[in-house]
Design a binder for this molecule. Structure first.
Ligand SMILES: [Zn+2]
Length: 311
């Protein structure tokens, strides 16, 4: 379906429809009071009079009022929900992502607002409490790459890996999902250990290249399959590869180069989470553009931005 055909859905034009769509995503089993957690339909009433702002509910348990955006990244936003849906849709219907300029032009908000909306949506797309990877004795691919300042023509180019941002990514071979980490300065065994021990089941098979970083660390896992890439070994005797994690790095780097003109290191983690979300909800896993967008907005709850907006 083309982008313009998708935008014909009423939720992109009608604020009431946009709110109903968000309510359906956030409250699939009916409204929940964000103040006291009550979900008793007998106690929650929709306030529909002229004097009330649309979408307002009253909770008889705690005597509080709320709408679907209370306690979410949209709470204090002046941007209509129709535009949040459009921005979320645009970010989730192309695997390379979309620039703030395109969102600014397409949905009619300023560039700064588009930029800020995108950071809020990235926050919503971040899995706050991910579970362990490689459970049930599965395999997890681990690899690292360096990003930013990698062009020798760039004015700020300095020699050495310490001038680049280090990224570690893990791919669970059973679920085919990725998890990314922005590592401060260079990747060391100690930093890798922290990432692996807190994210990967110790019984899992760890699949890596021949990097020395994993030599001792690999022994802490159920099995360690090392691929000797310098000897052109890309599949281990047990059939394991690091192809998935390398593919993810490829998608990320191509997308960043093509879509985003600049990404300061302080925001790198957010961009990583955006690409991670799309990868983990990709069409190859049976997720449609519409489902991906709805899932992105489902994550708006309880998220707090950790940096100050510039406006
Ligand atoms: Zn309540």
């Amino acid at each position: 379906m083309s982008k313009s055909a998708v935008f014909q859905d009423p939720m992109f034009h009608d604020e009431a429809k946009a709110r109903e769509a968000l309510e359906a995503v956030r409250w699939p089993d009916g409204p929940v009071c964000p103040h006291c957690g009550s979900s008793d339909p007998e106690k929650l009433a929709k306030l529909e009079g002229q004097s009330h702002r649309p979408g307002l509910y009253y909770c008889n348990d705690c005597k509080g009022q709320f709408t679907v955006t209370v306690g979410t990244v949209f709470e204090r936003s002046k941007v209509p929900l129709t535009k949040w849906w459009m921005a979320a849709h645009m970010m989730n219907s192309n695997k390379n992502g979309v620039s703030a300029h395109e969102i600014h032009r397409n949905i009619g908000v300023t560039y700064k607002t588009a930029w800020f909306m995108m950071h809020r949506l990235r926050e919503a797309m971040t899995d706050a409490k991910p579970g362990p990877m490689g459970t049930l004795g599965g395999a997890v691919q681990s690899d690292e790459t360096y990003y930013l300042n990698t062009s020798k023509r760039a004015k700020s180019y300095k020699k050495g890996l310490s001038q680049k941002a280090a990224i570690v990514a893990l791919v669970d071979e059973n679920t085919k999902t990725v998890r990314t980490f922005h590592i401060d300065k260079t990747v060391t065994s100690a930093k890798l250990e922290k990432v692996l021990f807190t994210n990967v089941d110790r019984k899992a098979t760890l699949v890596t290249d021949e990097s020395k970083l994993y030599q001792t660390l690999g022994k802490e896992f159920g099995d360690h399959q090392k691929l000797n890439h310098s000897a052109l070994e890309y599949v281990s005797p047990t059939g394991h590869t690091t192809n998935n994690v390398e593919n993810f790095f490829g998608v990320f780097k191509r997308g960043m180069r093509g879509t985003y003109t600049f990404c300061g290191e302080q925001h790198l983690k957010r961009y990583l989470k955006e690409f991670e979300f799309r990868y983990n909800n990709r069409s190859g896993l049976g997720v449609t553009d519409g489902e991906r967008t709805a899932k992105a907005l489902k994550g708006i709850e309880g998220k707090r931005l950790t940096y100050r907006p510039t406006h």
